[in-house]
Design a protein around this ligand. Sequence first.
Ligand code: G3P
Ligand code: MG
Length: 239
Amino acid sequence: MQDVRVIGHRGAASLAPENTLASIRKAFETGATWVEIDVSVTHDGSLVIFHDDTLERCSNGKGLLEEASWDYLKSLDAGSWFDPIFSQERIPSLLDAVQLIQSLGMGLNLEIKYEGSDYPRIVDPTLALLNKYWQEPDMLVISSFNHGALLRCRALQCRYPLGQLYEGIPANWESELRAINAYSLHCDYSQLSYKQARAIKSAGYQLYCYTANEPELVAKHWAWGMDAIITDNPPAFLS
Ligand code: G3P
Ligand code: MG
């Protein structure tokens, strides 16, 4: 596992309720030095750490996150669904998460989770917050499936490395990466071919793979030049 960055997915999603502060702490306790978390925007423009469009799976709330207020979200229990011992966990604000991650000395892969096309709505306040509170540009990678959001990052002279996320890699990946002056390509390891991996590496990009929870699943990807693995279960990759 040498020389591959091990990134805890949604914190350490197999060990604690995903995208909570407890999950970030758990990743740290396992020895992970980086975490991936998802940032979304609420109805009233607050930036929160949450993966789904709807609140039901990972909290005791109801309805769409994009229709919820921060006042409502911060009252929810975001941990009991995983285990009652986490009943005190709340949906974190981006600021809470950033401050915790920095206090732990960890790196952050911040995924912008946004399906709309009003890119400034999420990108502008996210970058403003990071510019104010994030100290180490080299310890942060911003990624998104939403190419428009990444173009918006670039248009704002974002000083952090940018990663384009894909499930399967489309034919036009190289032009998309060039357009955002990308640092990395992030893809579902199970949809990656040897040929694609070599092309990505030959073009000079970092190759990040998600989400594998057993090292055997990505053994060949290591040999193909994978630079980072995003995993729910960091200890499996750190021993
Ligand atoms: O950033 C990698 C991975 O988190 C992307 O997919 O759905 O788990 O956010 P998802
Ligand atoms: Mg994610």
